[in-house]
Design a protein around this ligand. Sequence first.
Ligand SMILES: Nc1ncnc2c1ncn2[C@@H]1O[C@H](COP(=O)(O)OP(=O)(O)O)[C@@H](O)[C@H]1O
Ligand SMILES: [Mg+2]
Length: 271
Amino acid sequence: MTSMISMRGVCKNFGTQAALTDFNLEVGRSEIVTLIGPSGSGKTTALRCMNFLETHEGGEIYIKGARLGYFEDAAGRRQRDTERNITGVLSPLAMVFQQFNLWPHMTALENVMAPLVLGRRMAKDKARNIAGAALERVGLSHRAAHHPAHLSGGQQQRVGIARALAIQPEVLLLDEPTSALDPELADEVLEIIQALAREGMTMVMVTHEMSFAADISSRVVFMEAGEIIEAGPPRSIFETPDSERLRDFLAPWKRRGLAVHMGRNAGTEAV
Ligand SMILES: Nc1ncnc2c1ncn2[C@@H]1O[C@H](COP(=O)(O)OP(=O)(O)O)[C@@H](O)[C@H]1O
Ligand SMILES: [Mg+2]
């Protein structure tokens, strides 16, 4: 299995607060790894470290076998890599944000073009074609000229996904892609993620949509206080959790009668 992302003993602190402690994760090609856990458990930090939006103080991260962010000098001291090398190592990754992070003064099309033109220095005509195709993929060709303020939340997040897809990533990182959306708008976003999964896109996703996680994930990772408490296929995580902490975490969903193991249309969510 090709390792797309490998995190080995990664540590990340914010001041005296440990956000990740000895964090180990392997993500293979076409795997869909879902991070779940209570608020503050380090899920966002784990994603942001993978994309070097946060720097890690300890351990190593590899993207397709290339070390991210640092190297050891002749004296064995850890040194920060050049920006050029870091950008290169990160090139297979794209991120979808909880709050969409679209530019309000740009149209949908311009938002999707931005990483191509500004980040990758692509000619505008070429970028426009690629961005148009990405918007078509998320069903928003007819909204290309609209500004974010004139799009629904679901449509804004679909633009966010199109922007991520435009750079032709091999791995998508998604941080609670639907949690800022009303439930009726979440579905149109989940359907696109589902379609990408079917096409074999590698994904690392943080979500609180437990039935969706159960349905789509190759592996589910339960985190608490910056550590992985339990990881495994959705069936073992949702149906036969080993740890008390995971059972406690899942209890509210079970109480609400979500048949998490039966796929997202089989539960009682519609009630
Ligand atoms: N920029 C930051 N500055 C200080 N502390 C942070 C920052 N980002 C996250 N933290 C802390 O790190 C821990 C993990 O946060 P986070 O990764 O956002 O958790 P989650 O996404 O699981 O809710 C929390 O204790 C949080 O308060
Ligand atoms: Mg978070």
